[in-house]
Ligand binder design. Structure first.
Ligand code: SF4
Length: 405
């Protein structure tokens, strides 16, 4: 695949800028009933606290549209300024028109051109939504989805393909139809008065190779800001890995201005997982830095106790808890801190020297001592039952000294 650097227009969503060379923005979506104002507020706060820079909420019924301005107001009163996006399907034109306070409170509208009606109704409903967005000066995402693609476009494309001398595969035709749906909708939006720098586009599909192909093709055909994601990525490790496979490929090729990982949480699971997955993807690609990283070895037959695993886990939690405090203190660049927690002498000293601070724990049969390396140099050797506490203290002192100056 050729390397593409997609040059996108900058789009302002509340106080967040996406595209135009800005850092890739992390976004997420609530799974609460929007009508349940308190639950929705709690989840927006949790997602924001986890680092979501934009949060999308379902707006599906009149009561949900009416809840939006209340949610927004209450969040602002609690100091949460995270821009809110309304997710509309089927009746967005009616809701945005009938509940102007919702149209005004939202920072962006997501419109699915496959779910706004058919034929003349489609154009009329779509126009109505765009006109509301123009009236309130809001950006929109034209969010095409493989599962709800405009069937009129798809059927026409399939018919044409059937008569072609060299027919394309069904997947190729679907991707062409998705891109046509997105770009023709964007052209219509511009006809109805929307500026190109108010338009974000997505063409999400549920298979990794399809998503990569669709966004790569799309990026060659437009300069709109792109919202990139693998739709219906699935649960747990599988969802995280599949999302990473798709997003990393695109981001590495310069495609994507905002990302979402569409993970299915386990029943009662943590919705903020999708935010952390996005952050890790961006951090792994060195596109953004969100929190100090812990380099830990996988362990092997040379580590017969769990100390280094516990220590690596403890350090991850320690950074998550400490980061807000360090940021409050104005410790600039602390997100870039690298520490190493290694299981034995084989790679321990080497990796520890490459980190800001590293500890090389003793493997099975080794002298029960753990040398510490600070900025590449061995400083002290820890031993005994309090190594974990001592190491954390050293990290804290290092951070205060290096980033607190
Ligand atoms: S550093 Fe040591 S314990 Fe860790 S994986 Fe390598 S050999 Fe095994």
């Amino acid at each position: 695949m050729t390397t593409t650097k997609h040059k996108s227009l900058a789009v302002q969503v509340g106080h967040v800028t996406m595209g135009g060379g800005s850092p890739v923005v992390v976004q997420s979506m609530t799974n609460t009933d929007t009508v349940d104002i308190e639950k929705s507020i709690q989840q927006v706060m949790a997602l924001s606290d986890a680092g979501s820079e934009l949060v999308r909420l379902t707006v599906n019924v009149d009561a949900a549209a009416k809840a939006i301005p209340v949610i927004k107001e209450k969040l602002l009163a609690k100091g949460y300024t995270t821009p809110l996006i309304g997710d509309f399907h089927y009746n967005g034109h009616t809701l945005l028109t009938n509940v102007p306070a919702c149209a005004e409170a939202l920072d962006k509208y997501r419109i699915n051109p496959g779910n706004v009606g058919f034929g003349e109704t489609h154009d009329k409903n779509f126009r109505q939504m765009i006109e509301v967005a123009v009236k309130y000066d809001k950006p929109v995402r034209i969010g095409v989805n493989g599962g709800s693609l405009d069937q009129t476009i798809l059927n026409r494309r399939m018919d044409e393909n059937g008569k072609a001398a060299k027919p394309k595969t069904a997947t190729e035709v679907t991707i062409d139809a998705m891109i046509e749906s997105a770009l023709s909708s964007a052209a219509m939006a511009r006809e109805y008065g929307m500026s190109p720098n108010k338009i974000v586009i997505s063409v999400k599909m549920s298979h990794v190779q399809d998503v990569i192909r669709a966004y790569t093709q799309l990026s060659e055909q437009c300069d709109y800001a792109l919202h990139v994601g693998l739709t219906e990525a699935g649960m747990g490790v599988k969802g995280a890995v599949y999302s990473t496979a798709a997003l990393a490929n695109l981001l590495q090729n310069g495609i994507g201005d905002t990302i979402r990982a569409s993970l299915t949480p386990a029943p009662g699971g943590d919705r903020t997982e999708e935010v952390r997955v996005c952050q890790y993807i961006l951090q792994a690609l060195s596109l953004r830095q969100f929190q100090p990283s812990v380099t830990a070895c996988p362990g092997c037959g040379r580590t017969t106790n769990t100390l280094f695993q516990e220590m690596a886990q403890d350090m991850e939690n320690f950074f998550r808890d400490k980061l807000p405090e360090w940021k409050k203190k104005g410790y600039k660049g602390v997100e870039g801190l690298k520490i190493a927690v290694m299981g034995c002498i084989v790679n321990g000293p080497g990796e520890s020297k490459n980190a800001n601070i590293g500890i090389s724990l003793p493997g099975t049969g080794e002298n029960p001592k753990a040398p510490i390396f600070v900025d590449g140099k061995k400083t002290v050797t820890l031993e005994g039952p309090h190594m974990m506490t001592q190491f954390k203290k050293m990290v804290e002192e290092y951070v205060d000294k290096k980033f607190g100056a």
